[in-house]
Ligand binder design. Structure first.
Ligand SMILES: NC(=O)c1ccc[n+]([C@@H]2O[C@H](COP(=O)([O-])OP(=O)(O)OC[C@H]3O[C@@H](n4cnc5c(N)ncnc54)[C@H](OP(=O)(O)O)[C@@H]3O)[C@@H](O)[C@H]2O)c1
Length: 292
């Protein structure tokens, strides 16, 4: 009988994982960050020893890419030290860990989709902290699964698709970069993927998961405007330089999913079909909170 400890259950991805655990009737506990701060090693150990999970899903992270440049200590505490805390407790209980990581571990110089064993060379502090977290987990716990994903969006929490959907529905213009390419990933599809790891139990290690296909942020924004019946011409293409954000972003961050598919894990839907199916729920959420 599986027992899951879900960390980060209030985030973009975590809320979808939570729904999926409920739908699948998997026994779980999902403490809020106010009840379990994963930076506290003793509390993590006590919690895990008390609940005795067979799996830990870690969706908690420092995800503010720009602020990680100046708050790298805080980013590191969540993306590296907290992951070590989880690994130490998991080793003691022989429990398996699914940890979420990012395409930002790569520098974006490749011309073909990154494989799990491609050279990771982050170009910003967030990517560095996430890579150190991955390495710490894998070094400490044999039964660890690192799932790298990209351009995550969902119904809950702050994310690009939701922000752009709000602008589209209010018929506001948007300036969006057209020189970074990746694969938008539905939090629902990734949550289904995480559950498939628990069900199928493939060999431990790093796995890539994103939706199929690719686009630029500009193309993604236009697609959101189009699907919501707003004028895509309201979206202006700009280059990354003109934004002058604190953190550099990889120009190309497509992930190769051959290993995922060979392990017969969950389906990998096309990004545009997943976007289309999630947009009505994003719109409903924006209406609910009075943003549109
Ligand atoms: N967003 C993306 O585009 C993207 C792309 C690639 C990979 N990823 C990775 O995907 C994973 C999920 O990202 P996300 O966008 O769903 O994250 P998110 O929405 O920013 O959620 C982060 C979660 O971490 C929790 N958390 C923060 N500090 C904590 C602490 N000290 N102790 C315990 N929990 C804490 C938050 O809880 P509170 O709400 O209580 O603060 C929240 O539930 C992360 O590993 C991220 O690196 C994200």
């Amino acid at each position: 009988m599986e027992r899951v400890l879900l960390l980060g259950g209030s985030g973009v991805l975590g809320t979808e994982v939570l729904r999926m655990l409920q739908n699948e009737k998997i026994d779980y506990v999902a403490p809020k960050s106010s009840d379990l701060d994963i930076r506290n090693r003793d509390k993590v150990s006590d919690f895990i020893h008390y609940f005795k999970p067979t799996w830990i899903i870690n969706c908690a992270a420092w995800t503010d890419v720009d602020n990680a440049e100046t708050s790298c200590q805080e980013a590191c505490e969540l993306n590296e030290v907290a992951v070590e805390n989880i690994a130490i407790a998991a080793v003691a209980l022989a429990c398996r860990v699914i940890h979420i990581s990012t395409d930002y571990v790569f520098n974006g110089e490749s011309e073909k989709p990154y494989q799990e064993d491609s050279l990771a060379k982050p170009i910003n502090k967030y990517g560095e902290s996430k890579l150190r977290g991955e390495k710490a987990l894998i070094a400490m716990l044999r039964e660890s699964f690192v799932v790298r994903t990209s351009w995550l969006y969902g119904i809950d929490g702050k994310n690009f698709v939701k922000t752009i959907a709000g602008r589209a529905l209010r018929n506001e213009p948007a300036r969006v970069v057209d020189d970074q390419f990746g694969s938008p990933t539905s939090a629902k599809d990734l949550a289904a993927g995480i559950i498939s790891i628990i069900r199928i139990q493939p060999p431990p290690g790093i796995y890539n998961f994103s939706n199929e296909g690719s686009c630029s942020w500009y193309e993604l924004a236009r697609k959101v405007y189009e699907k919501l019946g707003s004028d895509p011409e309201l979206v202006e293409a700009i280059d990354s330089e003109s934004l002058s954000r604190p953190a550099k972003r990889p120009k190309f961050s497509l992930l190769n999913k051959d290993k995922w598919k060979a392990a017969h894990l969950s389906k990998v839907p096309e990004w545009s079909s997943s976007l289309e199916s999630m947009l009505p729920e994003i719109v409903a959420e924006l209406k609910e909170v009075g943003e549109v």
